[in-house]
Design a protein around this ligand. Sequence first.
Ligand code: AMP
Length: 187
Amino acid sequence: MARAVREVKSVCVYCGSQDGRDPAHASVARAMGDALVDRGMRLVYGGGGIGMMGQIADQVLARGGEVIGVIPESLMRAEVAHAGVTKMHVTTGMHERKALMADLSDAFVAMPGGLGTLEELFETWTWAQLQYHDKPMGLLNVNGYFDGLMQWLKQAVDDGYVRPQHHGMLHVATDPVALLDELIQST
Ligand code: AMP
């Protein structure tokens, strides 16, 4: 499918509802917030006020940027819905949340997180593989956090389960600025 040239105005960021143990992860979340604001890009995210989600949202807001949260009603308490976002969409469930986050965004970035983060990244990636969308996708590999995943993905290609062109859809970088630049150039 020919890729339409489009401006990246809104970036959907998937990341942990916890901070993790490596302090570099939280500082990279804030650096990603800076990189978005510096480019005049809007943050679309899961609406949480804690963990990596809270870190990036707080930083974008502190810098005067725009933050759109999308959270299921049932998770508003567990994920401590952020009280200060520019706009919060409250959905009836997880499927509606993910669909709305995707609709509101021009590109996707995954940062360190857990099962929810991976589920969101892989759903978005498989939708691209099926040509449901052609929006660019990136992975921020901070301090080698995703090295094991990268190694498995390479094995999945070598073993004939993932096509190289689908593997190549995911842009990987260690630095937020480099990753956003790659995503912009790929549109
Ligand atoms: P985690 O990486 O597990 O901390 O989760 C990060 C975000 O993904 C949180 O906002 C979770 O609510 C969300 N999440 C968890 N499970 C799922 C799922 N099955 N589908 C979509 N998002 C999820």
